[in-house]
Design a protein around this ligand. Structure first.
Ligand SMILES: Nc1nc2c(ncn2[C@@H]2O[C@H](COP(=O)(O)OP(=O)(O)O)[C@@H](O)[C@H]2O)c(=O)[nH]1
Ligand SMILES: [Mg+2]
Length: 712
């Protein structure tokens, strides 16, 4: 038998901007429940959650961690998450399996950009949310300002359940307007004394109590009627009303904390146990095939893998949530995605880097298993005879790209293995072997994300690597019409070669009119892999060139389009009309026409006012008002065009277009000029012409490189 049934398991995720106190709160929860007998601290580098060497080195969380605690008959699974948006993938996967989010607000800083970004995801998942205002012991803490910012940012659904009697060094008392009690802590924190609300706080407490009751009642008609009748709601009515409103994302209760001094976490856990929904009170999961999967320990076993970690000397750990049935050790489950059958040899409850073996885990619980054969993050495993496949976690697209190389030649194979494993653990890291740029690219979320990847490669794979600036995928095109002809003739030794081609090339655009002065006999439209089009027309009259040679001419043109004449970049958006030429009865063959086609195209291209296009990215930076100037200054030094500034709550969103060639180092530069108070998103927008002098530079550089012509 499992120790806790489904309704006694709660899954929470700790969220918030970096430094808001999530890891410290997790430590308090574990300590208060007696899971650990010494409370660790960030400073001493001995918390349960930040156990990773790299986290201790850097002093903040990088990976999400599964912990659990037991409080008054309930098991609370806690996922501690990193606050920097470089690691937002860890937050998203945790949100996928959590049933309540606890968003920490730093009472010194108020609502920060990290809070805002994570909030957007909680809205997508509709995760029931609690706010916890932390650091109330800090002399610069401002509770009222933090609450005002939260209401301004997240709306009137933010409902104050607790407020501090005093903040700063004197923070010892929390007034709870749900219980209408005052909790008084000693200097050491821990278990508070419960006292009546003092007279001088009664008016405020009663006003906030009324606000809270009204907020709960306003979400439910029966409760509203009861409230009108009695002028009050009893504890059970409040509990049920709050739970329902939280499930519908209509109420976000707000609590008070000092994680540093261990004040407030016990009451928070009590609220999680009594009010926050268990997995079976949340909307049922719908499989990809449309089946409803009820969270019931007696149902068919089904688990979903939300995270994979490769632990040195241990192997691959798969973290999962049981969405239906009961998983037992020794069970065989089928992986719906990969088709393999997996034996669940060991089941674990997890506390940071410690694992406790258990025999079974019921629906609604979260745990881990080891050494599955072919199972990855986002896979669903189920008992034989079902086809359950649960919706995947959608990870955000990457924000920045670098090229990676082993420091020593000859270690390419080792690097590719290391990257494979990195990718397995971290779905927000994308590895691309670019044929076009002849580089291995890492697409990631930001510079800290990259630093972590480097650390893992160096420590776990004992491989030195270097990051280099990625080449830019420029494009070449033309702006004018040009004609050319080329005769390829070779008669030295053996069989001769002969082919002559006349062609016209024009800039292609959607809806361009057909030629009027020549008649088109065959049309060939190619959507190019690298974007844009090649439109190839056979306009030969009177059999000047046999139709069978046209594919060879096209091949020659295509070959040159792969290695553009200006910089060797791909060519796009050209219409080619082959309208005349000559054949030789004996010497004409495919190769001759391919060469003639290629050379004619090259000549015409040079006369057609060619230009280089560069990739432009859409970049959005979210930052506090007083930092917009600095952010815009940095952007403008990157040839960016600032297109507008929108306000988002108390933040400003600077919207701009920036050439990819100038994005190098943006992530770290932004972090340093804003001290981590700004976040950015970037995505490919379009190709646009480069400034003339920069084009000149690229062309001159390319002319200097040794290159072999790709001519057969
Ligand atoms: N004064 C004060 N400092 C705190 C409190 N909670 C956390 N801290 C400190 O704030 C820093 C960040 O805490 P941490 O738990 O790592 O935050 P996280 O990034 O949200 O996990 C650490 O130096 C903590 O010691 C608190 O309640 N009061
Ligand atoms: Mg942390």
């Amino acid at each position: 038998m499992a120790e806790f049934d489904t309704s006694h398991v709660k899954n929470i995720v700790l969220l918030g901007h970096a430094g808001s106190g999530k890891t410290s709160l997790a430590e308090c929860m574990l300590f208060e429940a007696g899971i650990i007998n010494r409370k660790g601290s960030i400073l001493e580098k001995n918390t349960v959650a930040d156990y990773h060497e790299l986290e201790q080195e850097r002093g903040n969380s990088i990976f999400s961690k599964l912990l659990h605690t037991k409080w008054r008959g309930y098991k609370i699974n806690i996922i501690d998450t990193p606050g920097y948006d470089d690691f937002v993938g860890e937050v998203i996967s945790a949100l996928r399996v959590a049933d309540t989010g606890v968003m920490l607000l730093n009472a010194v800083m108020g609502v920060e950009v990290g809070t805002d970004i994570i909030w957007d995801y909680t809205e997508q998942f509709k995760t029931p949310m609690i706010f916890a205002v932390n650091k109330l012991d800090d002399d610069n803490a401002d509770f009222d300002k933090t609450v005002a910012e939260a209401k301004n940012h997240f709306g009137s659904k933010v409902a104050v359940v607790q407020y501090p009697r005093q903040t700063g060094a004197g923070f010892h008392e929390i007034i709870d307007v749900l219980r209408m009690t005052m909790y008084k802590f000693t200097d050491g924190g821990g278990k508070p004394e419960k006292l009546p609300i003092p007279d001088d706080e009664k008016a405020r407490a009663e006003e906030l109590h009324k606000e809270l009751v009204e907020a709960v009642a306003s979400n439910d008609e029966t409760l509203m009627e009861k409230y009108f009748d009695k002028g009050e709601l009893d504890e059970d009515e409040m509990k049920e009303g709050m739970k329902k409103a939280m499930i519908h994302h209509d109420l976000f209760p707000l609590f008070c904390l000092s994680a540093e001094r261990n004040m407030g976490s016990g009451r928070l856990m009590g609220f999680i146990d009594n009010v926050c929904p268990s997995a079976n009170e949340m909307p049922a999961q719908i499989t990809k095939a449309g089946d409803t999967l009820t969270c019931d320990a007696g149902g068919p076993a089904c688990i979903f893998i939300y995270k994979t970690v490769s632990e040195p000397h241990v192997g691959e750990l798969s973290f999962f949530k049981v969405y239906s049935g009961t998983v037992k050790s020794g069970m065989e489950l089928e992986n719906e995605t990969t088709g393999v059958s997996e034996k669940i040899n060991q089941l674990f409850m997890v506390e940071g880097n410690k694992r406790t073996a258990v025999n079974e885990l019921v629906a609604g619980d979260i745990g881990a298993t080891l050494k599955l054969k072919n199972t990855h993050t986002n896979n669903t495993l189920h008992i034989r005879g079902k086809n359950y496949d649960l919706p995947s976690i959608e990870f955000p697209p990457p924000n920045m790209t670098v090229a990676i190389e082993p420091a020593k030649k000859g270690e390419e194979e080792k690097l590719s293995l290391a990257l494979h494993q990195l990718r397995e653990e971290d779905p927000t890291l994308i590895v691309e072997v670019s044929q076009e740029l002849k580089q291995t690219l890492i697409h990631c979320q930001g510079d800290m994300h990259l630093a972590v990847a480097k650390w893992k490669i160096e420590h776990n794979h004992k491989l030195e690597v270097k990051f280099i600036k990625p080449r830019i995928p420029y494009r070449e095109t033309i702006r004018k019409v040009a004609d050319s002809s080329y005769r390829h003739k070779k008669q030295s030794g053996g069989a001769g070669q002969f082919g002559e081609v006349y062609m016209r090339i024009e800039p292609w655009y959607e809806g361009m009119p057909e030629p009027t002065d020549i008649s088109v006999r065959a049309r060939d439209v190619h959507n190019l892999d690298w974007g844009g089009k090649l439109v190839f027309y056979n306009c030969i009259v009177g059999g000047a060139i046999d139709a069978r040679f046209l594919p060879s001419i096209l091949k020659g043109v295509m070959e040159k389009m792969h290695v553009g004449p200006l910089t060797g970049s791909y060519v796009r958006d050209v219409r080619v009309c082959v309208y005349d030429g000559k054949m030789h009865p004996v010497d004409s063959n495919d190769i001759s026409f391919k060469i003639a086609g290629l050379q004619a195209f090259r000549q015409a291209f040079q006369q057609a006012d060619p230009q280089i296009l560069e990739p432009i990215y859409h970049v959005e930076v979210l930052c506090p008002d007083d930092l917009t100037g600095a952010v815009m200054g940095d952007l403008q030094s990157r040839r960016a065009i600032v297109e507008g500034i929108d306000s988002e709550g108390q933040f400003q969103k600077v919207i701009s277009r920036v050439p990819l060639a100038e994005m190098d180092g943006f992530s770290s530069s932004l972090r340093s000029i804003t001290k981590g108070q700004a976040k950015f998103k970037s995505s490919f927008l379009e190709y646009a012409a480069m400034p003339f002098e920069l084009q000149r530079k690229l062309i001159d550089e390319y002319a200097k490189t040794d290159r072999e012509e790709i001519v057969a």
